[in-house]
Design a protein around this ligand. Structure first.
Ligand SMILES: C[S@@+](CC[C@H](N)C(=O)[O-])C[C@H]1O[C@@H](n2cnc3c(N)ncnc32)[C@H](O)[C@@H]1O
Length: 303
């Protein structure tokens, strides 16, 4: 889908921004501030940020996924809002293009949006019926089905263990590699059939968490090199892009990204931690928006 295909008055986004009130409180936005939303998604956080920085402020919204940018564009239609298809690891180049040296605030809300999960054709959800793609940007890299076609058993076990923390990583990898000899794995349901063979008991039980959750998370992280982007941004991009005393807020959804964030923010010569404990969603928010249950917000000031 491109800009012209999307009807701006089309269906509203599915995604509900998590920890919205808490993010706004910690960002301490002032009229005129220059703010980066590095994972703009459906623009839920950005809509409120725009209101607080006013017409004299500037918002730069980035997303790797053109579909999400189309949704954001239909909601954030303001001349002081610049939306770009890019990873937040490209932030320095984006700011240089806009002739901005450094910004006042940066927000990263990691992972994927409910709109991506809800899109059958993307293959992010085990409820999807379509092709097993899982790329944020379908014009780059290889889809998950192609990765599964080529990856060795030991590399697949590594991916499932390191990116999914799947306790049965080696067994699941062996079963998938055996399965693909007779059945090409092209769709979500092909992958679910393979996972069911590896953990038959778990697939039948009505567990609160789908037994294939960790397998799907691992493949999505591998296909999009998500932790590579998080790690690179934390190591070399976010600090130089923020003004001194600028504020960085990051929401993580699983222990892998949270560990990277926590470790980086320990560097007390570069960052002052503003959240001694990660901020989590209230019970009321968790009830309304189940996605918020695993969200952890950490906020730092750049020294
Ligand atoms: C949790 S959603 C953000 C939701 C957004 N805060 C809102 O209120 O609608 C995460 C978004 O980040 C995007 N994304 C993931 N990795 C990215 C990266 N490295 N750079 C930019 N965007 C990324 C995904 O495509 C997705 O749209």
């Amino acid at each position: 889908m491109n800009d012209l295909d999307r009807n701006p008055s089309g269906p509203p986004p599915v995604h509900v921004p998590v920890l919205l009130r808490e993010v706004l409180r910690h960002l301490e936005l002032q009229p005129g501030a220059v703010v980066v939303d590095g994972t703009v998604g459906a623009g839920g956080h950005s809509q409120e940020i725009l209101k607080q920085i006013g017409p004299e402020g500037t918002l730069i919204g980035l997303d790797r996924d053109p579909m999400m940018l189309d949704i954001a564009r239909s909601r954030l239609n303001a001349s002081n809002c610049h939306l770009k298809q890019a990873s937040y690891v490209q932030l320095r180049e984006i700011l240089a293009e806009l002739r901005i040296d450094a910004v006042d605030r940066i927000l990263l809300d990691l992972g994927l949006s409910s709109d991506q999960l809800a899109d059958d054709a993307r293959g992010f959800s085990f409820r999807a019926t379509g092709s097993l793609d899982m790329r944020f940007d379908t014009s780059q890299g290889e889809p998950a089905w192609q990765l599964l076609e080529q990856i060795s058993q030991s590399d697949l076990a590594w991916v499932l263990d390191h990116y999914g923390e799947e306790p049965q990583a080696r067994k699941v990898a062996r079963t998938i590699v055996d399965f693909r000899k007779s059945h090409p794995i092209r769709t979500v349901s092909d992958l679910l059939d393979a996972v069911a063979l590896a953990m038959p008991g778990r697939m039948e039980r009505n567990a609160p968490r789908h037994p294939a959750t960790r397998v799907f998370q691992a493949l999505r992280i591998a296909v999009n090199q998500e932790l590579v982007h998080v790690e690179q941004a934390l190591r070399e991009v976010l600090h130089p892009c923020l003004k001194q005393n600028g504020i960085l807020a990051i929401i993580g959804f699983h222990s892998l990204e949270n560990r990277l964030v926590k470790h980086t923010f320990r560097a007390t010569d570069r960052w002052q931690l503003l959240t001694t404990k990660p901020v989590v969603a209230s019970i009321a928010e968790q009830r309304i928006n189940p996605r918020s249950r695993t969200a952890k917000l950490r906020v730092v000031k750049r020294l």
